[in-house]
Design a protein around this ligand. Structure first.
Ligand code: CP
Length: 320
């Protein structure tokens, strides 16, 4: 179903809504294209291109963002597009305009692509289905919808893992934290599975683990030391309090005592394991500062790679 909406009749990427249903070849194309936008001679540099000259990219964020909104804007500017940052807070949304009426009006402003973040799961799919009927030339990119999907985050995570570790086929990857409410966890599990990672683990208290883990083909651990044993990659997630509907934890202090990633616990992983975190980070809750700022952390490199990934997605959509 999601494959059908995301790919056009020629099998090319038309909207990016979810990692679920994306073919391996499409994911690898995006990772390769992102690499083409980078140089590694003297640190990491992002190239400038004219590939989206004359195109209008609308950043439409109904939920707050630091990394995704800013790197989408930088990526569009690096591709020479015109960027319109739609300000939801000062828009007519507050006067009762519906989501789809807002979309219709922005489409009428000669948009070429919409970047959508929304607190409701399925918002981007709803918009993509609508846009296919009213303005099929517009491409939709999901910048995070509720607890459903965050595909560009997963793609930049895969790019980071590939950059530091190479082949996915031998990797042990652990995701620690609030898996139940995490669009990043869901998207990363789909991406890692499609790319062939043989051992994907989730670590957390039962109250933060979803019930369908066996359908997703991952191993679950309530004990962080066992879950981290010999892993190559650790992805740390924050507690998504804004999506919790009931009390699932005694306290943040208690959570850190049982599941916080500390230097001592990291000793269970391989010595060269890399630490990722999508941000925003809550130091002293899910991760200790000695780890987030330590030698195994690639957290800020993820952010830089996010620009190249978003350039790659927009460039590929522009050619579909
Ligand atoms: N990773 C991520 O989505 O961060 P922002 O909420 O700051 O965009």
């Amino acid at each position: 179903m999601l494959r059908h909406i995301q790919l056009n009749s020629c099998g090319k990427l038309n909207h990016l809504l979810s990692m679920e249903g994306l073919p391996k070849s499409t994911i690898l194309d995006i990772l390769k294209r992102a690499n083409d936008f980078l140089t590694f001679d003297d640190g990491i540099l992002i190239k400038k291109s004219n590939n989206l000259f004359g195109k209008s990219i609308f950043n439409i964020f109904f939920e707050n963002s630091t990394r995704t909104s800013t790197t989408f804007e930088i990526a569009a500017r690096r591709l020479s597009a015109d960027v319109i940052n739609f300000n939801v807070a000062t828009s007519s949304t507050s006067k009762g305009e519906t989501l789809l009426d807002t979309i219709d009006n922005l489409a009428a402003m000669q948009a070429d692509m919409f970047v959508i973040r929304h607190s409701k799961s399925g918002a981007s799919v709803l918009i993509a289905k609508h846009i296919n009927k009213v303005a099929p030339h517009i491409h939709i990119m999901n910048a995070g919808d509720g607890s459903h999907a965050h595909p560009t985050q997963a793609l930049l995570d895969m790019f980071t893992i590939q950059h530091f570790k190479g082949d996915f086929s031998t990797l042990r990857v652990a995701i620690i934290g609030d898996i139940a409410h995490s669009r990043v966890a869901r998207s990363n599990i789909h991406a890692l599975t499609t790319l062939g990672s043989p051992d994907i683990r989730v670590i957390g208290p039962n109250t933060l683990l979803p019930s369908n883990l066996s359908d997703l083909g991952v191993h679950s651990f309530n004990d962080i030391n066992s879950g981290l044993s010999d892993v190559d990659v650790v992805i740390v997630l924050r507690l998504q309090n804004e999506r919790m509907t009931s009390t699932t934890l005694p306290s943040e202090n208690e959570y850190f005592k049982l599941f916080g990633l500390t230097e001592k616990r990291l000793l269970n992983a391989k010595p060269d394991a890399i630490i990722l975190h999508p941000g925003p980070m809550n130091r002293g809750v899910e991760i200790d500062s000695n780890v987030s700022d330590g030698p195994n952390s690639v957290i800020l490199t993820q952010v830089t790679f996010g620009i190249a990934i978003r350039m790659a997605v927009m460039d590929i959509l522009n050619n579909s």
